[in-house]
Design a protein around this ligand. Structure first.
Ligand SMILES: Nc1ncnc2c1ncn2[C@@H]1O[C@H](COP(=O)(O)OP(=O)(O)OP(=O)(O)O)[C@@H](O)[C@H]1O
Ligand SMILES: [Mg+2]
Length: 370
């Protein structure tokens, strides 16, 4: 069951078009990634597919049929939808959350129950342990899995995903990407997947559509985009600029700033706030040294050690085994001077700065040309 955009434009009152003359086709069983700068129209495009928004002009087809000929409520039930905020209902258990749509469709109890078990098994979550819990009793990654399972509940042929892993730390994100890839190789859904993260796009997408100012800028397989980016915009976007020749510096470990973390604040329940050398970054770690958050200001009030103050919910870090190019890419994408470096166990082991990453890269380049 494919999805097709035909000259679709969406105008919001008093704005430039959010989506402009968009034509593109998602094949049945294909995972298409929509990517592009903030505000380029990704979410709007997605929401027009299940009629959470209506196009100003143009037509969207699902399975060859104009979506306007569907009842919007039925259409939404027949298309899976997973979003960054998970949309899980806090007062319902995991089981009740997963069976929300099956219940609306009047599946009998037994069938719903079997489906919930089957879905939890798909992501290796034990039914006995998790089904009766509430969303807040799950980790961020587990909640995100449930969000995806809920989108799969009635086995819809089409699934829309809007930055479903956007709020996760890099390690959980990678785990879920791998899971999604494995699921998709079994289930062959038609998936439209929105992301900001080019690595995620490259990893997951059968094809990637780059949007810019509401327009389709280039579409192709990851290889096609890597090998023949249409212009500088695409080249920059896919990080060709960062595809430096292999330098003598291979990993972040070789040039990150390390040293005894200076402890600024400490609490028995919450852990510590530390600074490595004079890096312009404070890191919050637990008693095991596992990174919980970062901040560019030192919080003065101990009572305010809550996650919201830290990294704004999106914990960006670099792994010590990452390449200098990857580190630089994350620094640039995150528009930040410094990032924490973590080891396999997610423990804080150092800090990279913009300067140190560029230096590491250029030292390698100089060595080569010498
Ligand atoms: N309800 C609305 N009313 C007016 N303008 C809107 C509305 N929703 C979105 N827009 C505008 O439409 C444009 C596209 O928004 P959209 O949410 O689709 O972007 P996006 O690519 O998903 O961005 P992001 O990566 O930040 O999520 C933006 O300029 C946005 O301000
Ligand atoms: Mg969006």
């Amino acid at each position: 069951m494919g999805v097709k955009f035909e000259n679709v434009t969406k105008m919001y009152v008093g704005n430039r078009p959010a989506v402009k003359d968009l034509s593109l086709e998602v094949q049945s069983g294909e995972l298409l990634v929509l990517i592009g700068p903030s505000g380029c129209g990704k979410t709007t495009s997605l929401r027009m597919i299940n009629r959470l928004e209506e196009p100003t002009s143009g037509t969207i087809y699902v399975d060859g049929r104009d979506v306007r000929s569907h009842n919007p409520i039925e259409l939404r039930r027949s298309i899976g939808y997973a979003i960054q905020q998970t949309g899980l209902l806090p007062h319902m258990t995991i089981e009740q959350n997963i069976e929300l749509v099956p219940r609306l469709l009047k599946w009998d109890k037994r069938r719903r129950h079997e489906r919930t078990r089957e879905l939890l098994a798909l992501v290796d979550m034990d039914y006995e342990t998790f089904a009766s819990r509430y969303p807040r009793q799950l980790s961020g990654g587990q909640q995100q899995r449930i969000g995806v399972l809920r989108a799969l509940a009635i086995d819809p042929p089409v699934i829309l995903m809007d930055e479903p892993f956007g709020a996760l730390d890099p390690i959980s994100r990678e785990v879920l990407q791998t899971e999604l890839k494995r699921l998709q190789s079994k289930l062959h859904k038609t998936v439209v997947f929105v992301t900001h993260d080019i690595d995620e796009a490259m990893r997951l997408g059968d094809r990637i559509a780059i949007l810019r100012d509401g327009q389709l800028h280039q579409i192709g397989t990851p290889d096609e985009l890597l090998n023949s980016p249409k212009d500088e915009f695409v080249a920059k976007f896919i990080g060709r600029l960062f595809a430096f020749p292999r330098t003598s510096v291979d990993t972040v470990r070789q040039f990150m700033q390390t040293g005894m973390p200076q402890i600024h604040q400490e609490s028995p329940e919450r852990g510590r706030i530390v600074q490595i050398e004079n890096a312009p970054l404070w890191c919050w770690v637990d008693s095991e040294g596992v990174l919980k958050g970062t901040s560019f200001e030192l919080p003065m009030d101990k009572d305010q050690w809550n996650a919201a103050r830290w990294t704004d919910g999106d914990l960006v870090a670099v792994k010590e085994t990452d390449s200098p190019g990857e580190a630089l890419k994350r620094l640039v994408n995150g528009d930040t001077e410094a990032l924490p470096v973590i080891d396999e166990g997610h423990r804080l082991v150092g800090v990279v700065t913009h300067r140190s990453a560029i230096k590491a890269l250029s030292s390698g380049v100089e060595e080569r040309s010498a």
